[in-house]
Design a protein around this ligand. Structure first.
Ligand SMILES: Cc1cc2nc3c(=O)[nH]c(=O)nc-3n(C[C@H](O)[C@H](O)[C@H](O)COP(=O)(O)OP(=O)(O)OC[C@H]3O[C@@H](n4cnc5c(N)ncnc54)[C@H](O)[C@@H]3O)c2cc1C
Length: 309
């Protein structure tokens, strides 16, 4: 793994650095490239702008590992309000959550209940609930939560990371649920016995598992989502979907706000189902470090921002 990527991923866990970096006005300006603002209304404002281009959206509030269960209740209530706002504004938006935001470190039972309440709300408002995948220590618990919630409520999806060695068997084990799976490369620092250290191996597993999911979609057993900005992979998998004669509404492409925006528009204009994940919230430091890790060249943008104005 390249040193710069490792350094940013290590920094993402450093609270001392987070406090100092987040206070800097240039840091707040730089983060705007990937985040329209800190409030839900900022995210929904951006969703409104993207909707006419046929780009749907996923909104998620930043913030991980909580210190008390009342915080998890507050996060659940925040997202309940988000579903209402989305419905009221008639936006093509869905919600994505991290299990640790809903207190997974504190109580698995409470976290499961929060997810159920949110899934119910997604059904009631005609939206979807997505569950992000965090570092590898959470994968077993997150899959168990998904299995529980998805067997009761249909519009619930989960992220699965292509860099994990275990991913092919995880995908097979989920297919009986008719899952909505957002395949992503994976954004955390993991040891080599857990995740492939070489990008080439990650890309190969993304393609093989993407193809597996497309076959499952053809058989009516999954809704695959390709959560990547890697246009070589996107073009390969959309081509494969064409070969399988899969209708365009039987798979989707998801990307992050502010990254490959022109490709997002082009794919939507070609008729593909595209969604853009918009983050908001005050706790953006670990998430921002992961974005820098994905593309260390982004750091020049931070430097330029520091010296502008
Ligand atoms: C919708 C969505 C949801 C996600 N959910 C999760 C999750 O739940 N768990 C998880 O571990 N990870 C998640 N990720 C992050 C993912 O794991 C990758 O870290 C991230 O998508 C970068 O990998 P890539 O697939 O774009 O491929 P890469 O090979 O990293 O990048 C391909 C190309 O995309 C562009 N690009 C990629 N990242 C950036 C960037 N930060 N800035 C500018 N350009 C960039 C570059 O041109 C690059 O060459 C999610 C990603 C997306 C799009």
């Amino acid at each position: 793994m390249p040193i710069a990527r490792k350094a940013f991923l290590a920094a993402s866990r450093n609270k001392w650095l987070a406090e100092r970096f987040m206070r800097r006005p240039f840091a707040r300006r730089a983060v705007r490239k990937f985040m329209p603002g800190e409030e839900l209304s900022d995210a929904l404002g951006a969703a409104k702008v993207l909707a006419p281009a046929r780009i749907g959206t996923i909104v998620t509030r930043l913030g991980e590992s909580l210190t008390g269960e009342s915080q998890a209740d507050a996060v659940r209530d925040h997202y309940l309000g988000a579903f209402d706002d989305i419905q009221r504004q008639g936006l093509p938006s869905v919600v994505s959550v991290k299990p640790t935001q809903l207190g997974l470190d504190l109580s698995m039972d409470a976290c499961r209940e929060h997810l159920e309440v949110l899934a119910q709300k997604a059904v009631a408002t005609g939206s979807q609930l997505w569950i992000d995948m965090e570092d590898s220590s959470y994968v077993d618990r997150t899959l168990a939560l998904y299995r529980h919630v998805k067997s009761r409520y249909a519009p619930v999806g989960i992220a699965i990371q292509a860099y994990l060695r275990r991913t092919p068997s995880d995908i097979e084990s989920l297919l009986d649920l008719n899952p909505m799976i957002r395949l992503v490369k994976g954004a955390y620092l993991e040891p080599p016995h857990v995740a492939f250290p070489a990008k080439r191996d990650v890309d190969l597993q993304f393609v093989s598992q993407g193809e597996r999911l497309l076959e499952a979609a053809r058989d009516g057993r999954a809704l695959p989502i390709f959560g990547t900005h890697d246009m070589t992979i996107v073009r390969h998998l959309t081509g494969r979907a064409g070969t399988l004669a899969l209708p365009l509404d039987r798979f989707e492409i998801h990307m992050l706000y502010g990254i490959q925006s022109a490709d997002q528009r082009a794919l939507a204009a070609e008729g593909y189902t595209v969604r853009c994940l918009i983050s908001y919230g005050a706790q953006w430091f670990p998430w921002y470090m992961r974005r820098l890790a994905e593309r260390p060249a982004n750091v020049w943008f931070v430097v330029r921002t520091a010296f502008s104005r």
